[in-house]
Design a protein around this ligand. Structure first.
Ligand code: FMN
Length: 200
């Protein structure tokens, strides 16, 4: 077993306005150690996701977890090669899906929005507990649907790699230079005042 690396905030990841540091210390590394994620810890991440808000409290998110060799191999079979190369070391993979229908059978307009909120909660709780997460949209959705026998009424969103952070040197060389924390555009380009495109 190896210990996770300490979480540090990079100099290009400074907020313009004061916020809880959890939003800055969460990022998406690719290097995982082989440290096991205990069941207690694993379930606590999904407990955080459980308390996400959702339209009409429908909680449309579902998570399919792979933590055994057999289940992880199934996931590896549909993850894009460029992601598989680094995520094969992650001890936990989970697919985020959401139910697209309401209980009355109409389309639920907020299912994807809600599933995104739930994954965000999971990612922050993982970070708070010293774990790392890395979302991947690069996987074959059709193949995943067949392999995991997911009904048509569910939309597939992302595979999340979960575990403890390893050293960048443990990554294949081409990923080492990408093992850096990203920044964000200025908030002034993101929020508008009273109408689209109007600066606050
Ligand atoms: C829905 C989604 C899909 C993503 N897909 C991939 C992916 O296929 N491969 C990858 O290496 N990173 C992927 N990422 C990670 C993003 O590139 C990363 O979150 C973004 O660059 C911001 O960096 P940070 O998470 O380190 O703050 C994905 C993230 C999200 C939320």
């Amino acid at each position: 077993m190896t210990a996770s690396l300490p979480i540090e905030i990079d100099s290009n990841r400074q907020p313009d306005h004061e916020i809880n540091p959890q939003f800055l210390t969460r990022w998406s590394p690719r290097s995982f150690t082989d440290q096991e994620v205990t069941e207690d810890v694993l379930l606590s991440l999904f407990e955080a996701a459980r308390w996400a808000p959702s339209g009409s409290n429908l909680q449309p998110w579902r998570f399919i977890i792979a933590r055994t060799e057999e289940h992880r191999a199934k996931f590896h079979s549909f993850i894009a090669p460029a992601n598989r190369e680094w995520c094969e070391k992650a001890p936990i993979l989970t697919l985020v899906i959401s139910h697209t229908k309401t209980p009355k059978g109409s389309n639920n307009p907020s299912h994807a929005f809600d599933a995104g909120t739930a994954w965000g909660y999971l990612a922050l709780e993982a970070n708070n507990q010293g774990l790392i997460t890395h979302a991947m949209g690069g996987f074959d959705r059709d193949q995943a649907r067949v392999t995991l026998q997911i009904p048509e009424e569910y939309e597939l969103h992302a595979v999340i790699a979960i575990g403890y952070r390893g050293p960048k040197e443990a990554l294949p060389e081409k990923f080492q230079e990408r093992e850096i924390q990203s920044t964000r555009r200025p908030i002034s380009e993101t929020i508008f005042a009273g109408g689209f495109g109007i600066t606050l």
